[in-house]
Design a protein around this ligand. Structure first.
Ligand code: 6MZ
Length: 219
């Protein structure tokens, strides 16, 4: 479709983007590239939510599961992160805070350190965008993983030239088994990790109370 004058105006307007989950910002084009690389993974599975389409919250998280299978190596992450940054820049974003949950994948040799390191490598002088990073904690993985992630984020805070600025708490709040029975993702168990993060100078971004009565509130 042709861009209207207004489209151009809004695209060129300098913007800040403060809430971008890396794997939630994958474009259709990038998805296509990923699917071509691993076509066996996606038969009959929902891989996108089209604009205007209404979806339940848990369906969003199903899409994340598919994306996580498609993006499971350093090479994939580098490709996705570069594309996401490029696309935000093309959209007039001048300051971008990306957040992402570092993952470990034994089969591909991916480690949580390398995951963050890879995002750091995306810095490109020729693209006019300032990119910072929030290390995300997936609440479903419980307090020990949360604490380890905070330690990792702290290491990067001290050594990453200001690229790592904070910690994000996220993860599917609709997973009933976790939030109601095991309760590992309950806010009260994560509080000490969050306090540690705050005390070491990480900024905090928290997803809270997205669903009713699933106990992700702090009390
Ligand atoms: C809709 N509201 C939301 N509520 C809570 N967590 C969300 C979210 N949207 C995204 N995420 C978090 O971001 C991850 C995908 O990106 P990364 O793999 O980290 O880059 C999801 O698995 C979830 O943990």
């Amino acid at each position: 479709a042709m861009d209207t004058e207004a489209d151009l105006f809004y695209r060129q307007l300098p913007k800040v983007e403060l809430h971008a989950h890396l794997n939630g910002s994958v474009s259709f084009e990038t998805m296509e590239t990923l699917i071509k690389r691993k076509p066996h993974l996606i038969e009959h599975r929902m891989t996108a939510i089209l604009s205007g389409q209404r979806r339940a919250l848990h369906e969003c998280f199903q899409v994340f599961k598919v994306i996580h299978q498609l993006v499971d190596s350093e090479e994939d992450i580098l490709m996705v992160a570069k594309a996401v940054i490029q696309e935000f820049a093309a959209d007039g974003v001048k300051y971008l805070e990306l957040r992402s949950t570092p993952r470990e994948v034994t089969e591909t040799g991916l480690t949580k350190q390398r995951y963050i390191e890879t995002i750091r490598q995306c810095k490109r002088e020729e693209v006019d965008i300032d990119v910072r990073f929030l290390v995300a904690v997936d609440r479903r993985h419980g307090p020990e993983v949360a604490m380890d992630t905070v330690k990792l984020a702290e290491d990067f805070l001290l050594s990453s030239d200001g690229i790592v600025v904070g910690l994000d708490l996220s993860g599917d709040p609709t997973e009933i088994s976790i939030s109601l029975i095991l309760q590992v993702g309950h806010g009260k168990y994560l509080l000490s990790a969050l306090e540690k993060a705050k005390n070491c100078g990480l900024k905090l971004a928290l997803h809270l109370s997205e669903v009713r009565a699933h106990g992700n509130v702090f009390y």
